[in-house]
Design a protein around this ligand. Structure first.
Ligand SMILES: Cc1ncc(COP(=O)(O)O)c(C=O)c1O
Length: 394
């Protein structure tokens, strides 16, 4: 066992996460090497806020979707010119605070006519030029119809304080179909061209959320290099010649994360071998509820090379029959106290879980710096205070 793992396991008697900066940076380098040089990268902070500060110099932008994410980035001293303030609901007070702050040099997205009007009125109120990306809908509650964007663009001279720098588009995560990328990029290219032809509006940039996929499970057949090559050809073939900024969360963050959880009980019920862990589905969300059906990459610490003994069903610590982490998992001989390390847990796992069910603690979080130094960045965090009633007479 390496020294960092030993340090963490000595400190934590229950589940925890660790994010490895060297792995993270080499992942970004891999993406850059397989994408066109002109494609810039915007990290979607929601995928893993903890790694944001580690990659400030490695990406051109950060997509921030809530006041909480904005505060995290400010506390990390992320340059405001790198911030895109995004999100389907923008708290008016938080937007006003940023609009009033003359040192704030970031971009706002407008996801609705109402959000656009808010930005227009704030730019007038504070006599400030605000830079705005108009989000195009993917036929969901996000963004605006093409007609609404056209209406905004056609009247852009009425609001000289607003600089519409381009269009933002995101249609979903774990997208593996090159056909879908082609359809979307052709649609965006022709829309940007229409804005140019019909409204003499030339977008300076297209911010595109790629939703690049991550292979989580044994048997996944993703050919990532082929996908990125095909995607790059599509980007290079665009008639649009402005800046292209790719908003990416999962594909940047997943591989740098590991999640350690202890085996706390072992039993055989009706012939099935169960291993109970002190973590579970509230800490580990890969993508949807596919976990029990598929086998993620994992190993038992100190037993990675041992031959499998039998097939185990690994279950988490929630009082929910859904809290099955893996079924029919071949493991070497195990005992209580053994630790399972789940890989590829750097994206969304620590934020998408149902953390408040059962009032269990949130796991501690560690970061391994590029030089190998280990830092604890969050101590394990009690949630019982959040779930316990504090009566205040009204
Ligand atoms: C607008 C937007 N951009 C980017 C992302 C990141 O997506 P992914 O993690 O699939 O790269 C999301 C995820 O929800 C999003 O909503």
């Amino acid at each position: 066992m390496d020294r960092n793992t030993e340090l963490m396991l000595n400190e934590q008697k229950t589940a925890f996460y660790v994010f490895d900066t060297a792995v993270l940076k080499s992942r970004i380098a891999y993406l850059r090497a397989h994408l066109p040089a002109k494609a810039e990268l915007c990290y979607a902070v929601k995928a893993n806020p903890f790694i944001t500060g580690e990659i400030e110099k490695d990406v051109e932008r950060f997509e921030i979707c809530s006041p909480g994410e904005a505060d995290i980035c400010r506390d990390l001293d992320i340059e405001s010119s790198k911030m895109v303030i995004s999100g389907v609901y923008k708290t008016p007070e938080a937007i006003e605070m940023l609009a009033a702050d003359r040192s704030f040099a970031g971009v706002f997205t407008a996801e609705s006519l109402r959000q656009y009007q808010l930005l227009c009125s704030l730019s007038e109120k504070y006599s400030r030029r605000l830079r705005v990306l108009l989000r195009l809908t993917n036929d969901s509650q996000f963004g605006m119809d093409q007609e609404d964007i056209e209406a905004i663009v056609s009247k852009r001279n009425d609001f000289p304080g607003i600089e519409i720098i381009g269009v933002q588009f995101f249609s979903g995560t774990q997208k593996t179909s090159l056909k879908k990328y082609r359809r979307e990029l052709e649609m965006l290219d022709s829309f940007l061209n229409r804005l140019k032809e019909e409204y003499s509006y030339e977008a300076a940039e297209l911010e595109y959320g790629t939703g690049f996929p991550v292979s989580y499970f044994k048997g996944d057949t993703l050919d990532e290099e082929a996908l990125l090559e095909g995607f790059s050809e599509l980007i290079n073939g665009l008639a649009f010649k402005g800046r292209i900024i790719l908003e990416i969360g999962r594909s940047i963050a997943a591989s740098c994360g590991k999640y350690y959880t202890h085996i706390v009980d072992i039993k055989t019920n009706k012939g099935i071998y169960y291993a109970l862990i002190d973590g579970g589905m509230h800490h580990m969300v890969y993508f949807g509820q596919q976990m029990a059906m598929k086998q993620p990459s994992l190993h038992v610490v100190g037993k990675a090379d041992a031959a499998p003994d039998k097939l185990w069903t690994v279950c988490g610590a929630l009082c929910s029959m859904n809290d099955i982490v893996v079924k029919q998992l071949p493991l070497p001989e195990i005992e209580t106290g053994d630790v399972i390390c789940f890989e590829n847990t750097g994206a969304y796992c620590m934020t998408e879980g149902i953390s408040l069910l059962l009032s269990r603690d949130l796991p501690a979080v560690y970061i391994i710096k590029e030089n190998g130094d280990l830092y604890r960045v969050r101590q394990s965090y009690e949630t019982k205070g959040i779930n316990s009633p504090k009566y205040e007479r009204m």
